[in-house]
Design a protein around this ligand. Structure first.
Ligand code: ADP
Length: 254
């Protein structure tokens, strides 16, 4: 593989990583004012931990407690990291002003799939697009719609962790109905247990060991901000399908 290709590959991965951080951050931004007050509350004890760790380090300069020193150094590092996270959350909560423009759903699908490509390769997942040509344009926020799609695609990949490699496939389709356009994301994963189906869009609902349970809550809130709807269903042959329907303005020609 040529150097140029390797670099482009790396750049693409960095882009996916950045977008994932963005998606992650806007999950946190969902919490809005609550997050801001959490940030305020948590910063004080974090500051206290930091000065205690520094004081202990100074005291130990006279002793031979090397390991303890390492532990304190770790505490300090983690403390600073946590503070940075909070700072980031704060700036994101303050800055989000959605900007609606005229756009095409197929373009959003195209961009989301491009962002997901490196991650899909890493997980051995085939990404397939079936865009319906000639769809009417919609009003939307491109960053939010890309995040919505990326979230659905990454959830689909998560659900296929136990799927045989040859069947790991995500199919994204666009289409239209009366007064609306729609996009669906289908995977070949473990599907959704019927008793869980009514809860998956709720905040903090997760079945994953390290899940936050905010991805689909964000997906739904973006759909609603666009006057759209989100649905989820299991496919008869296995796997789940998520569908976003968005209204289009009917153009009446007199
Ligand atoms: P998280 O990914 O942190 O768990 P989400 O809100 O994105 O949070 O998803 C909530 C839950 O919905 C997941 O834990 C999982 O149980 C279920 N889920 C989401 N997407 C899928 C999917 N494609 N297939 C099966 N289950 C899914």
């Amino acid at each position: 593989m040529g150097r140029d290709v390797t670099e482009r590959h790396r750049a693409a991965e960095a882009l996916v990583e950045a977008e994932r951080h963005l998606a992650h951050a806007s999950r946190l931004a969902l919490l809005g004012e609550l997050t801001a007050s959490i940030a305020h509350e948590i910063n004080q004890p974090l500051g206290a931990i930091l000065s205690n760790a520094e004081a202990a380090e100074m005291l130990m300069d006279s002793g031979e407690l090397g390991e303890l020193r390492q532990i304190l150094a770790d505490i300090r590092r983690d403390d600073l990291r946590a503070s940075e996270v909070i700072l980031n959350v704060r700036s994101l909560v303050g800055k989000r002003t959605p900007h609606f423009v005229e756009l095409r759903l197929n373009d959003m699908v195209d961009m989301a799939l491009r962002l997901a490509a490196a991650e899909a390769r890493r997980r051995g997942v085939l990404l397939e697009a079936h865009p319906e040509p000639g769809l009417p344009p919609i009003q939307g926020e491109p960053v939010q719609l890309k995040q919505l799609l990326l979230n659905l695609i990454i959830n689909g990949m998560d659900a296929m962790a136990g799927t045989p490699p040859a069947q790991r496939r995500i199919v994204v389709r666009t289409g239209r109905g009366p007064g609306r356009v729609e996009v669906s994301v289908a995977d070949a994963g473990h599907g959704i247990a019927p008793e869980k189906l009514p809860h998956i869009f709720e905040s903090f609902f997760t079945t994953k060991e390290h899940g936050m349970g905010l991805g689909l809550a964000m997906v739904r809130s973006i759909a609603e901000a666009h006057r759209g709807t989100m649905t989820a269903e299991n496919q008869p042959g296995g796997g789940a399908t998520f569908r976003l329907r968005l209204p289009v303005e009917e153009r009446h020609h007199p």
